[in-house]
Design a protein around this ligand. Structure first.
Ligand code: UDP
Ligand code: MG
Length: 158
């Protein structure tokens, strides 16, 4: 089993509402390793490119205005099935649709101000990680860091 990487960013509302730390803690406690992290203000040009798939939709312009309103914390998380597990931990797109126990289900109600972005496929993850990070900005952890998160006593990580 190979550990997978995914990209998340905590959107400006996570900072304005002072819950960025709590969200990071959830990923740490689940067992994800943080392979990269940086606080940035996403530029309008970058936001438009990142959300290009939504161009033309009624929420595209307000979405761009939202993500450039304040700082975002961009994080690369590494772990088993990282892309799908993180998406599940995030909840549904709309806060009010999200189950309690998920990030959006515990902290969000809005259709737009939903705290977090997460890559929606391994291909998107690879592309988004490349957009936000240079290879030398990512850190690979040794086996000793994961040996109490997974069983690594065999040849495989389980
Ligand atoms: N969004 C919105 N209105 C909508 C749908 C989405 O404002 O009707 C915003 C919301 O912040 C969401 C982002 O656009 O996180 C990207 O939408 P997507 O469908 O990709 O949702 P996600 O993958 O973030 O759950
Ligand atoms: Mg999406």
């Amino acid at each position: 089993m190979k550990l997978e990487r995914t990209l998340v960013f905590l959107k400006p509302d996570a900072f304005k509402r002072s819950i960025a730390g709590e969200i990071i803690s959830r990923f740490e406690r689940r067992g994800f390793l943080i392979a990269g992290m940086k606080l940035i203000k996403i530029s309008e040009e970058f936001a438009r490119r990142h959300y290009a798939a939504h161009k033309g939709k009624d929420f595209y312009e307000p979405l761009i205005n939202y993500v450039i309103r304040g700082p975002s914390l961009v994080i690369v998380l590494e772990g088993k099935n990282a892309v799908s597990v993180v998406r599940e931990m995030m909840g549904e797109t709309f806060g009010s649709d999200s189950a309690p126990g998920t990030i959006r289900g515990d902290y969000a109600l809005s259709n737009r101000y939903n705290l977090i972005h997460g890559s929606d496929s391994p291909e998107a993850a690879e592309q988004e990680i490349h957009c936000f990070f240079k290879p030398q900005e990512l850190v690979s952890y040794g086996k000793d860091d994961v040996e109490w998160i997974y069983d690594v006593t065999d040849s495989d990580i389980v």
